[in-house]
Design a protein around this ligand. Structure first.
Ligand SMILES: [Zn+2]
Ligand SMILES: [Zn+2]
Length: 370
């Protein structure tokens, strides 16, 4: 049966030279106008809607459009619904439901937002832990309505639009066939309940802006990369929604002499040449107070002296690391006359090293050979 078909460009109300964007815009406008949902089952509108969809399915495809331009309706034959691209179908849903289908599904009040705050701690606080009271600016439950959002003495009632389900299911006959679309109820925002008489203090939100004091137990061993989660210390959700969480990050102030390396603490221990040669006892700083360290005679630069258990506790296991003292021999750059004589006597008149260990060159050669 040969029916006279209208020209696709005419159907969409565009010029033959129109750009894909112009085509799309015109299609959206017309599809909105003739959508069956908006025309109370008007047969004429439905026919028009199908016609628009068919025209767009052809002209929005560059290949099909080219063939249509060359051969007219003969090129396309009967409308090929199967070839509708997912993209154009998706556009349609986006257009009619404003993207609501992609919103959070389910019913009930929303959970409050998570918050994040940073706490500055000293090096020692990071090692041993501390307690800190902080003020968190956040939405808190409205005291007047106890978070319900309804005026005192009243309550929320079931949403009549969605019968309390929070969702709208709509089955429609479209050019794509029968499609069921589930969207969040616009009246109750998916909560299933509405407040007819809102609380005047929070305007029905069930929460107000406020400050909340939180005591934070900073565990021993925290570092810049540690995040603490305080469950339920985040924002209050609207109208009795669950509390979000509060995440605490740390900014550890550096120590003037000690450097942290995981659970170990590194300290550069400066000694004089005579101390390195003859040995000595030196007092060094640690996080647990001053500590005496034995420097044996003949200590080489770079030697590591470990002070067991004077490091940082692991934030979870509590196992404490060590303090590692790395010896640096400070070579004097200025000598008085007497010191100069002593060094000259040690080195001989030509200033040669008093002793060169063969072993050093042997091991160097071995290392270079791999
Ligand atoms: Zn209130
Ligand atoms: Zn509803």
């Amino acid at each position: 049966m040969a029916t006279t078909k209208r020209d696709y460009y005419e159907v969409l109300g565009v010029e033959r030279t129109c750009t894909p964007d112009e085509l799309k815009r015109s299609y959206r406008k017309l599809a909105m106008q003739y959508h069956p949902d908006r025309n109370n089952g008007d047969k004429g509108a439905e026919e028009r809607f199908k016609e628009i969809g068919e025209a767009y399915s052809v002209l929005s495809d560059p290949d099909k459009r080219q063939r249509y331009d060359a051969f007219g309706h003969a090129a396309t034959g009967q409308p090929d619904f199967g070839n509708f691209s997912f993209d154009s179908a998706f556009d349609l849903f986006d257009m009619f439901f404003g993207g609501t289908a992609r919103r959070r599904g389910g019913t009930g009040p929303q959970r409050g937002a998570d918050l994040r705050m940073n706490i500055d701690v000293t090096f020692e606080e990071a090692v041993f832990g501390a307690t800190r009271t902080i003020e968190v600016p956040r939405a808190t439950q409205c005291e007047e309505c106890s978070g319900s959002g309804a005026r005192t003495g009243t309550g929320a009632t079931q949403c009549a639009t969605c019968q309390g389900t929070g969702q709208l299911r709509r089955t429609m006959q479209s050019i794509f066939g029968q499609v069921t679309n589930v969207s969040t109820c616009p009246r109750c925002q998916g909560e299933g309940r509405v407040i007819e008489d809102p609380c005047p203090r929070c305007r029905g939100q069930g929460r107000v802006e406020g400050k909340h004091t939180v005591e934070v137990n900073i565990p021993a061993g925290v570092d810049d990369d540690v995040t603490l989660r305080l469950t339920g210390e985040g924002e209050t959700g609207p109208r009795g929604g669950a509390q979000g969480d509060l995440y605490i990050g740390f900014r550890v102030k550096p120590h003037p002499q000690l450097v942290r390396h995981g659970t170990d603490i590194v300290y550069e221990l400066p000694i004089s040449v005579p101390q390195a040669v003859l040995g000595d006892t030196i007092t060094v700083p640690t996080v647990s107070g001053e500590h005496d360290v034995q420097i044996p005679a003949g200590t080489q630069p770079g030697k590591q002296i470990k002070l067991h258990g004077l490091g940082v506790p692991h934030v979870r296991s509590g196992r404490r690391g060590d303090q590692i003292c790395i010896v640096r021999v400070v070579v004097p750059s200025h000598l008085d006359r007497h010191e100069r004589e002593v060094y000259e006597q040690l080195g001989g008149r030509e200033g040669k090293p008093a002793e060169v260990k063969r072993g050093f060159f042997d091991s160097l050669r071995d290392a270079l050979r791999g």
